[in-house]
Structure formats: C-alpha cells, structure tokens
Write a protein that binds this ligand. Structure first.
Ligand code: ADP
Length: 298
C-alpha cells in the first residue's frame, strides 16, 4: 500500500549528523510557501533557533530544488546585525531543514496589522535598520533582495529588525549589470520590473519607499482593489502622501525612494544620510509593548 507522502510526520527529534547536533522540535511558528517553521532547541546547548522544514515532496521539479539551493547558497554568505543569520542546512530522507537565528517578535506584518500607522520616531527607528541592512546587502554583498515587504522583515526579542527570506534574491556581478528576469511576484514591485526595462539595486529602494509609506500612513501607496489597476498606478507613479499626517522630511524621503526612474532614486547610503534619519528623535530602543500599543516618548 502506498502512503500519502504529504502526511509523513515531521520528527520531534531531528539530527544534523554533519554537525553532530540534535534538535528538539518545539512549537510551531508559522508557514511560508514551502516551509513550516518551528522553534528548534539544540539538545546539547539548549540554544533556541528557528527551524524551517520543507517536505521533499514539494521539491519534485528540478527548478524548485535549484531555487531552494540558490536561496541557501546566498543566505549562507550573509552576516549582519540587520539580516536574519543563517545557521545551518541539512536533510533526512523526507525533509530539508534550515536553521536560522530566531526572531521571537514575528514580522513587521503583524506589527502593522496590530498598530496601523506608526509614530515618526518609530518609523525612523525601523527605517534606519532597514537602511543599514540594505546598505550591507547592496554595497558589501552586491546582492539585491527583490522582495522586501513587511512579512520578510523580522523582529527579535531586543526589537532589532532582521531582513529575511532570500527566495528572490540575486547577486550583481558588475555595477552596470541589469537583471532581465525575476521568477516570482514581489509584493512591492518596482516600475522597471513591470516594464521589463532591466533592474538592479534600486528595486529594493522602491520597496523600502512602499514600506515607509505603509508604516506612516497605515496602507500601501498604490493599493487598489485590482492588481491590474495597482500595476498601472505603479507604472505612472500615481500616489498621494497625506500632508496632514506625514511631516516634510518623511515626505521628502518617501518621494526620493518612489522615483519612477531607478537612476534618480535614492540609494541605501544616501537614505542613511537623509535628514529624516539623521535629524529628529531616534529612540535607542523601542519597548516590546510598542508592538501592540502606541509608545509615548518622554
Ligand atoms: P517561506 O520562505 O517558505 O515563505 P518564510 O521565510 O516566510 O517561509 O517563513 C514562514 C514563517 O515562519 C514566517 O511567516 C514566520 O512566521 C516564521 N519564521 C520564518 N523565519 C523565522 C525566524 N527567523 N524566526 C521566527 N520565525 C520565523
């Protein structure tokens, strides 16, 4: 009798024989496209990590295996305070496992859903860290993330932001290189991807502009009820910044990130020097209570 392979249970004790480590699988954290994510505990040291578990039954096509291997190969090379740290990858006959630095406070998506529009000091705090992570990816690692969105920006228990999910990421080998294709659908997609004009680092700046707008305004800049209409607005860069709620420096930074022409769009380095991030109150650390209620700054 053949067994439905989708129902092969995930083991509760998971050995990584290469590294001589055994993980205890603890509670469920969430799921993504292919992966289910759990807290894993290193049985010897007690260390808690995030364990992504991908059933091999979902990786039947050669191209799916390659994409996953590419994501691992890229992610492995990254080491920065604002990037989710890759720990290890291994497999057994049924599953591929990836262990990552644990981010106990979920992602900015949950924060956005609970809080709606954030205060300017909070947005300054978060955007600075997104800028630092991006400057590292672009300038140190020559990598484009290509799918920066609230759900891919994780928060650890110290309220430090960590860019994650490198499933659409790619490496740029020369400053003039333009990528022509992208296999997947980024959430905050840049106009030059939609028009297939060739794209590079600037697509991440576009996404960051959409993220900053969403954090301040409470909804994304190009949101409509139809994807076709949204794409048409993106291509025309048709969006409005509400003047009553967004200050001039914030508004200027958003406008610099949401430039239709990628050549005139602000870079990660320039963003870090922008007055919105260098002037005005920047909290050293946000309280974890700010994940659910508006903080008051004294
Ligand atoms: P996929 O790459 O398959 O889309 P994700 O990276 O989105 O998978 O992860 C799926 C879910 O697992 C996330 O929505 C989140 O709930 C959880 N998760 C992923 N990485 C971490 C992490 N480092 N720390 C804590 N939870 C995580």
């Amino acid at each position: 009798m053949s067994r439905n392979r989708d129902t092969v249970p995930i083991p509760t004790s998971i050995p990584d024989t290469q590294n001589g480590v055994t993980y205890k699988r603890l509670h469920y954290l969430g799921k993504g496209g292919f992966a289910k994510c759990y807290e894993f505990q290193n049985a010897a040291t007690g260390e808690i990590v995030a364990g992504k578990v991908v059933p091999k039954t979902l990786l039947t096509k050669q191209h799916q295996k390659e994409k996953m291997m590419q994501e691992i190969a890229l992610h492995k090379t990254l080491k920065h305070r604002n990037v989710v740290m890759f720990k290890s990858s291994f497999q057994d006959p049924n599953f591929v496992y990836i262990t990552l630095e644990i981010c106990k406070k979920q992602s900015m998506m949950e924060l956005h859903k609970r809080r709606g529009p954030l205060t300017e000091p909070e947005v300054r705090y978060y955007m600075k860290q997104i800028g630092e992570g991006m400057d590292y990816l672009h300038n140190t690692m020559k990598m484009i993330h290509r799918d920066l969105k609230l759900g891919n920006i994780f928060i650890n228990s110290e309220m430090v932001l960590k860019l994650g999910d490198f499933g659409l990421a790619t490496r740029i080998s020369s400053p003039d290189e333009r990528k022509k294709t992208l296999c997947g659908t980024p959430n905050y997609i840049a106009p030059e991807i939609l028009t297939k004009s060739g794209h590079s680092f600037a697509v991440d700046m576009w996404s960051s502009g959409c993220i900053m707008y969403t954090l301040l305004v409470g909804k994304p800049p190009f949101e409509t009820s139809s994807l076709k209409e949204t794409y048409s607005r993106i291509k025309r860069t048709e969006y409005v910044i509400p003047e009553d709620t967004v200050g001039p420096a914030a508004s200027n930074l958003i406008t610099s990130m949401l430039k239709n022409n990628p050549k005139t769009r602000i870079t990660a380095k320039e963003m870090l020097d922008h007055e919105f991030l260098t002037e005005g109150y920047l909290p050293k650390r946000l309280p974890t209570s700010s994940l659910t209620v508006r903080p008051h700054f004294t």
